[in-house]
Design a binder for this molecule. Sequence first.
Ligand code: DQA
Length: 166
Amino acid sequence: MTREGEPRESTASAPLLVVIHGVNLNLLGERPSVHYGSFTLGELEDRVREAAEARGYSVVFAQTNHEGEFVELIHRFRKKAAAFLVNPGAWTHYSYAIRDALELVKGPIAEVHLSQIEEREEWRRVSVIAEIARVRVMGKGPEGYVEAVDRLAAVARGDARPGGDG
Ligand code: DQA
C-alpha cells in the first residue's frame, strides 16, 4: 500500500492533512527530470511535512501504484482528515473511481502536479478531479505542494481566495 507498508501518521492531535501520491510517484528521482526534477519522494515529503507542521497540521503520507488502494486510502481517512492533498499521477486523467471517492471526503481537497499538465500532451490536460478540488497547483515542483498546503490552511481559516488554479 505504501512504500513502507503503512501510512506514516503523526501522533499529535492537530488537524490532519492526508497526502496521497499516486502511480509511479515512488520513482521520483528516476523519472524525466525535465518534468519532475531530480529529488526523491522522501525529499519531497520532508519539505511538505515541514510546511504542514509549520501551519499547524499533523501529516500522513501514503503512496500506492494500485488504484483500488488509492481509493481505500481516501475511504479510510475521509472523515478524520481536515484536508487532503493528492497527486494521483496518471490516474488524474481518467479515474472516475478516484473522483467518486474524493467526493465523499469531508475537508477541502488540493490537487497538485509537479509538472504543468496543461502544457503537455493533450491527454494530460484533462483532470477528472479538477471540479472537486478546492485548490489546484501545477507546474511548480515541490514548492507547489507547499503552496497547496498554504492555500488549504487559508481555506480552513475561511480567508481563501476563490478559484482553483494557481
Ligand atoms: C503528474 C502528471 C501526470 O500526467 C503524470 O502521469 C504523473 C505526474 C505530475 O505530478 O506532474 O505521474 O501528476
